[in-house]
Write a protein that binds this ligand. Sequence first.
Ligand code: AMP
Ligand code: ZN
Length: 562
Amino acid sequence: MRPISGELVYIAGMTARKHLKALLAYCTFLVCMVLVYAKLFQYLMLHLEGREFSFIAGIYWVLTVMTTLGFGDITFHTDAGYVFAGIVTLSGMVFLLILLPFGIISLFLAPWIENSLRYNPLLEVPERTRDHVVICGLDPVTRALVSKLQVRGIPFFLVLSNYDEVRRLEEDEGIRAVYGDPSDAGVLLKLRADRARHIILNLGDKENVNIILTVRSLCTTPIAALLDEPCHAELFHLAGASQVIPLKRILGRYLATRATTKGAFAHVLDSFGKLLIAELPVHGTPFSGRTLKDAHIREQTGLAVVGIWERGKIIIPNRETLLSEQSVIVVVGTRENLETLEKLIGELPGQDMVMIIGHGRVGCSSAGFLEHWSVPFVLIDRVANPDCGEHEAVIGDATSRTILKGAAIDRAEGLIATTNDDSANILFTLASRHLNRHLRIVARANREENVTQLYTAGADFVVSNTSVGSNILMNILDNKDSIFLSEGMHIFRHPVPEAMHDKTIRSCRIREITGATIIALERGRKEEPTIIPPPDTVITRDMTLILIGSPEQETRCRELLH
Ligand code: AMP
Ligand code: ZN
């Protein structure tokens, strides 16, 4: 419901005041009419019928006649009197019973109802707003970001130039967006863009560049922009964007890294000081089918396995955990450790053949990645990609079995389902799993709600547009010492709590207390960290703990370890 102040504002408004004046004038006219008729009544009664009435009786008679009540206690008995009474009745009907209510309805009631029903969008943010995030453009990625910001209590303002979208968002989802065109400097000022902590742009490339230029003419607030066409990245930087995110290219690479084991460095997700964090599919490596103890990854490469993805769920492994063909291991180590791994798996025969369904921007980026690592691939798309002159695709609808069979699905080792149509991706996953039981299927989910369906259909790994995009944006906003592994896993630093100085890791029971696991100990950021320190390592006050855990476990560490 609208607050009562809204109605008061309306009543005090200019138009309403003009209408009120008109109503007062009309009422004055009515009062004068009644007084004149009352005087005439007195005169006619005296001169036509010889009866004398007071002026008050005259008013009383006029009112009963004009309102058509006609009690009949005072009546004329002459023709001229009847004519006068008729005129008074008619003018009462016209001026009092028709025009007055009509005027009140059209001048007051109707505009008031209309005003109550009309939606007033938010046009600017409160004057003192600061350190907020301004988000331009609404799609599943920014929607997921909004949910994350809400959970974290970070103030944000969405700005949308579509009136209906603003209204629907507020009425259906309770999110109050600012209505305006963000490429307009006036709107940016009303958004207090100069005092914002970050501006996130998620519109078309042309609109994004336009907004970046306008923002830069006003202030230096950092801008993170999502990019459609990778070739526009340079333009974004030139215009003044602080971070440019080619989401489709990142997704393509991310999908491809899960379809091949080639090139250990290609799998590095992030670095944490001197530590590199990489995810690597076990498929096709000598580790497949062994327990962590028997795989000897640590002994051969120096890398520590800190997590294992099994069909979308991460587990913290122990020595007995089995590495299956479908597992994706999360390893932590130094550059040298990864080089050793690269030598180890790079020498394997390249029997990896990957089929990519969908040769759009994402599929093309996956193909480019595989090409770089000399992994053979076959591309399928309904239409030729006009922006790609490098790859030749099989043209056809991949939902048809003949196309899949013709493209040698039975010989493929991996499949990347990356069309922009989730139901098609679900269908390919189902059909390909049926045709080739051992296939390694990596699928793209354009909408978060289809992730589970893709896993159910038989995908080994699902990469969601929405969560990758929103996680990247959230990391940019956080700008903190914690990295994105994937949904639900963080690596973070923590000082050694006072109570744990000079004690062994085992006796500190950090995993029992918080659920998080120590993956490294750091002594100054320049020194080589100790990766996966043995449980009898003594932790001293000059060390920093590097831990892996869920966001909840990270919070528990911050709360419980002082
Ligand atoms: P993008 O979002 O840029 O990665 O593009 C997605 C690609 O998927 C486009 O090139 C579409 O032609 C392609 N696509 C969509 N549906 C199908 C389908 N049923 N079979 C093959 N390709 C498809
Ligand atoms: Zn291509």
